[in-house]
Design a protein around this ligand. Structure first.
Ligand SMILES: C[S@@+](CC[C@H](N)C(=O)[O-])C[C@H]1O[C@@H](n2cnc3c(N)ncnc32)[C@H](O)[C@@H]1O
Length: 474
């Protein structure tokens, strides 16, 4: 079947090496083609696809030698078939086309197979083989090491999610695998920690072992601290335990969680876990952001289900994607159907307004005050509905005052959200506070120049942050 062609300027076509399967262009072939063109010979049209990154430009899929010959003869426009590959890998498509007139060399076949697999590890050896003109087994031998590394990545992800107590069906869904595949992997899990454990017993540090085995530090901590009591874990992690209700740290512990807007110190999460949960309890973090809660749960041996609107499947498979959005009937939906309910909920929402620019457009941080508080009210009611009688809620929040440009005496308090506003909503939704812990944010983020300017204008800044711990009324 002949495909429709379009005349496009030759200058709008590029040879993108990322999707070109050959090592180079053969100048002799180009020379012969150029002579044929001058003699008036009509070639098959070349094939291109729209360049995904550059509107109005095209990437060559088939016809690199013809395209070079046209260019060398000074032709301005060529007939081309503009393809929509609809998800087919362009490198493999180009390879399949290239082997029509001439097989790929051994080097080209190996290189194309490896590049294709690196771009998309769900491609099978058979699929790659078909495109590059090699047997499945040959492709297996080309990509054996890459496959092993991907497999290892998958094992570690399953291990981590399993350790956090995420049910198998959700692990399977999150990793795009069949449940049987997850079950088979889990059967091998008992031996997976052996190599890192051996290195730990030889005296290597947690960070050395993490780096060597490509594990995250919190996962190695979860092995290194296995069977230890909480107090011992605090000691080994270098976290001095606060005995009173004032928790203050100058810095986040960089070993836990990612660099994330509004990142909470792991020490703060660890204190919530220490006082309000036991080992193996189930902790829920509905807006987990950079992952401090699941990381700290690994180190303190708690299970953890974490959710966030930001989806990072490669680095944070344990944070399941979910956006809490009220439906038109003002109902929020619960992301999972499991019967099990959390023992402790750690809820650290983005603060009102201040951080809106840091997060996704759909983040609740961008809501006006009234809607923000309405969202929280609906959310606390939803948490109550999905909690058990004994569930504790730890709600982390900061006072919000519009202090930035006003002397303290001129603040009207109109747009402010203070701790009593939150308490009112919480009590209204049947949550009773048992503790209000002061956990101020570090004032170090303000530079000396800013501080001097604030003092001059009598501006009273905010570092107040609280952990309000609650249980259900009744
Ligand atoms: C303050 S951050 C959490 C930080 C986290 N505790 C940490 O230390 O890394 C708040 C998170 O809420 C998420 N978020 C905001 N609105 C959301 C919504 N409607 N549904 C789900 N997540 C939301 C943001 O993506 C952000 O990661």
């Amino acid at each position: 079947m002949t495909q429709p062609t379009t005349k496009i300027p030759i200058s709008s076509i590029i040879l993108d090496e990322d999707i070109y399967p050959r090592k180079g262009i053969d100048p002799r072939r180009v020379g012969i083609f150029a002579e044929n063109i001058r003699d008036g010979f009509q070639f098959e049209p070349i094939e291109v696809e729209p360049d995904p990154g550059k509107p109005g430009r095209y990437r060559l899929l088939d016809g690199a030698h013809r395209w070079s010959a046209y260019k060398s003869t000074g032709v301005a426009e060529v007939e081309a078939v503009i393809k929509d590959l609809d998800g087919t890998d362009p490198l493999l498509y180009a390879a399949k086309k290239a082997i029509g007139p001439k097989q790929l060399t051994e080097d080209e076949a190996r290189d194309t197979a490896r590049r294709a697999y690196t771009r998309n590890s769900s491609l099978s050896s058979a699929d790659i083989g078909k495109a590059i003109g090699r047997a499945r087994r040959t492709v297996d031998s080309y990509i054996a090491d890459l496959k092993a590394a991907t497999q290892m990545g998958m094992d570690i992800k399953i291990f981590r999610m399993n350790r956090l107590g995420i049910p198998q069906d959700r692990i399977a869904k999150r990793l795009g695998q069949a449940r049987e595949v997850i079950r088979d992997h889990l059967a091998k899990m008992a031996v997976l920690p052996n190599p890192p454990n051996t290195d730990l017993s030889k005296g290597f540090t947690v960070s050395q072992v993490a780096e060597k085995h490509n594990w995250t530090e919190p996962m190695v901590w979860s092995l290194a601290l296995e069977d230890k009591e909480d107090l011992e874990r605090f000691k080994e992690l270098g976290w001095g335990l606060r005995t009173w209700d004032q928790w203050e740290w100058n810095d986040c512990d960089k070993r836990f969680g990612d660099d994330w807007p509004g990142r909470i110190p792991a020490q703060l999460i660890a204190h919530i876990l220490f006082y309000f949960s036991k080992q193996n309890d189930l902790v829920l973090d509905p807006m987990a952001g950079g992952g401090v809660t699941p990381d700290t749960c690994l180190a303190l041996s708690r299970r953890c289900w974490a959710f966030d609107m930001t989806d990072r499947p490669k680095t944070r498979p344990e944070i399941e994607p979910h956006t809490w959005t009220p439906a038109p009937d003002q109902h929020l939906s619960w992301p999972v159907s499991s019967k099990e309910k959390a023992d402790l909920i750690i809820f650290d929402p983005p603060y009102f307004d201040k951080k809106a620019a840091d997060y996704d457009r759909k983040s609740i941080s961008g809501l006006p005050k009234k809607e923000y508080l309405e969202f929280l009210e609906a959310f606390f009611a939803l948490l109550k509905l999905n909690a058990k009688k004994t569930t504790r809620l730890a709600f982390i929040n900061a006072d919000w005052r519009d202090f930035q440009s006003k002397p303290a005496a001129e603040e009207s308090g109109k747009g402010a959200i203070l701790i009593d506003d939150y308490l009112r909503i919480l009590n209204k939704t049947d949550w009773q506070h048992t503790h209000i812990i002061q956990a101020p944010m570090s004032a170090q983020r303000f530079s000396a120049v800013v501080v001097a300017a604030m003092q001059k204008k009598r501006i009273l800044g905010v570092t107040s942050r609280y952990v309000i711990v609650l249980k259900q009324i009744g």
